[in-house]
Design a protein around this ligand. Structure first.
Ligand SMILES: Nc1nc2c(c(=O)[nH]1)N[C@H]1C(S)=C(S)[C@@H](COP(=O)(O)O)O[C@H]1N2
Ligand SMILES: [Mo]
Length: 532
């Protein structure tokens, strides 16, 4: 008896250390769950392609030998993806648990492991098919939060351990303190753990829905248009750094008020024409794509675009003319506006006359540059109206068209101080040279000019206020921008290079400077170029 007594304390101490180590693993794992939750929720909100767990899963599929992948598909069937995601999640939990244990021994050691996990996630996201810089945000944010959660829980655990250890010089610790510290740690762990798990499950479900919609979107084959809008060979001058005639979808500017990207499955979409109509018409996605669709190239511009700004892009849109749908509903006399409403409640008020104009291709668009609309550009259906700024016409995720009047209704931006009507103003922009220091000799000055639905007839380049005609590229018609180019014989010194366009009505772009609000910026885009 007396021989075993001295051993009792070391045994207890070492098992207490083991228990602490166990808690360290748990704290790390909870940090990992919190991190995945934040990553998935952030991805859902801002960048659906940025979920690191899913991206790592896809990367694993890409790295594994095809035989193994096929074997997985055959044995697991449709469960293959969930199983893979669970494996990835368990891997993250394992690594984060290890991080917890290491952090407990040495500050920042676990942080290094978290950083390593983040690096894998970022690598996977950036090598995915929809890589973009935004897409790394979820991973970075998630693992930062995860590490902070780990630090928080470990500090509670440390409080408990120090309360348990008898204070130096005293026989026993205050019996109350360890209990309190222990309870505090356990409560924090339970609460943070539960919230993390619940958020992770919610995040995964949301991102999985978004993923399924995105997958259906990317598989969707656009119907063949009944009318094409052939692009002349001379539409693109092929100058380096000059905006291409057609803006690739990945580079197309994005403007909307949506904090959360609306995720709409095509099968769940429908659009209702209501208000001052003879009969309400509701159309489903399958009805819409079965209609005769037309293809039209239209340049979209944001009213917020500053002089020289980049909130403008040109795309081939495929869709159904809105006038046809309005005709089916039968517009009542007295109406002068169509208020369109999106899935997320945003609205735009468009002049009825523009939408019913037989010479204007105002579309309910399903396609953008040969593919289904990207989610952030309005999937499955948006409006595109030549000649009007986006805020009064280009409703993305559109669900309702209400035929009404400008007296009775107003679009989202009107009460916020923007003009109720937003016809596009004549504008031009210098894209090239991108660097504003050049060598003397021939310098290509090039850019784009637009005045949708009127068209651009002339572009001039001013070198220190002496104006020269620029060469104009072709275009599909008046609804798109035109590239322009001027070969400048640059002499050493500092020069002011400006551009101004004249539209097809003979109206020269105004030099008068105006801010974007309330109805679009004006002024000549001017750059200072120093020639060596
Ligand atoms: N649902 C919805 N649609 C919207 C907006 C919006 O905030 N919500 N913004 C509009 C504005 S101001 C512009 S300029 C265009 C931009 O379209 P894009 O993001 O496809 O370039 O969309 C329009 N459609
Ligand atoms: Mo806009």
């Amino acid at each position: 008896m007396t021989q075993t007594a001295p051993r009792a304390e070391p045994v207890a101490a070492s098992s207490a250390a083991e228990v602490r180590a166990g808690w360290g693993w748990l704290c790390g794992a909870i940090g990992g769950v919190a991190g995945m939750a934040v990553a998935d929720l952030t991805a859902y909100l801002i960048a659906p392609a940025g979920s690191p767990v899913a991206a790592v899963g896809s990367m694993i599929i890409d790295l594994l030998p095809a035989g193994l992948v096929n074997w997985g598909k055959e044995t697991l069937g449709t469960a293959d993806k969930p199983v893979l995601l669970v494996i990835v999640a368990l891997g993250v939990l394992g690594l984060c648990g290890l991080a917890g244990r290491l952090e407990q021994r040495r500050r920042y050691a676990g942080g290094l492991v978290f950083a390593g996990v983040a690096a894998i996630g970022i690598g996977a996201v950036l090598t995915g098919d929809q890589a973009s810089l935004d897409a790394i945000v979820p991973t970075v944010l998630g693992l930062t939060v995860g590490y902070l959660v780990l630090r928080l829980l470990l500090s509670r655990l440390a409080d408990w351990s120090s309360a348990t250890a008898p204070a130096a010089g005293s026989e026993t610790a205050d019996p109350l303190e360890p209990t309190l510290a222990r309870r505090s740690f356990l409560i924090w762990t339970a609460v943070v753990g539960t919230v993390a798990i619940a958020s992770a499950v919610a995040g995964r479900l949301l991102i999985a829905t978004a993923g399924a919609v995105e997958e259906a979107r990317s598989r969707f084959r656009l119907p063949i248009p009944t009318r094409r809008d052939p692009i002349p060979a001379g539409a693109d001058l092929g100058v380096d750094d000059l905006s291409p005639y057609l803006t690739p979808n990945a580079d197309f500017y994005r403007i909307d008020t949506a904090l959360q990207l609306p995720i709409i499955a095509a099968a769940d979409w429908s659009l209702t024409v209501t208000g001052m109509v003879e009969r309400e018409v509701t159309i489903s996605f399958s009805d819409l794509i079965a209609k005769p669709l037309v293809e039209h190239v239209t340049t979209l511009t944001c009213v917020s675009n500053e002089v020289g700004g980049d909130l403008v892009g040109n795309a081939v849109w495929l869709g159904y003319p809105i006038r046809e749908l309005l005709a089916q509903a039968g517009v009542q006399a007295g109406a002068d506006m169509v208020l369109s409403t999106s899935q997320d409640g945003w609205t735009a008020g468009t002049p009825l006359s523009v939408l019913t104009d037989p010479d204007r291709q105002a579309l309910l668009a399903v396609g953008m540059n040969g593919e289904a609309l990207p989610l952030e550009h309005g999937y499955p259906v948006r409006m595109v109206v030549p000649g009007l700024y986006g805020y009064v016409s280009a409703t993305k995720w559109v669900r309702q068209l209400k035929v009404t009047t400008f007296d009775a209704d107003q679009g989202y931006w009107t009460p916020l101080g923007w003009s109720a009507k937003g016809p596009i103003k004549t504008a031009s922009r210098i894209d090239v040279p991108r660097r504003h220091t050049v060598d003397a000799g021939q310098v290509v000055v090039a850019g784009v000019a637009w005045d949708q639905h009127t068209g651009i007839a002339k572009v001039e380049v001013g070198i220190d206020d002496v104006w020269h005609a620029a060469e104009l590229a072709e275009a599909t018609g008046p609804d798109t921008w035109r590239q322009w180019l001027y070969r400048w014989d640059a002499t050493p010194g500092t020069h002011e290079v400006a551009v101004r366009a004249t539209n097809a009505d003979g109206q020269q772009q105004t030099a008068e400077l105006a801010r974007p609000d309330p109805d679009g910026a004006t002024g000549w885009h001017t750059v200072t170029i120093s020639v060596r």
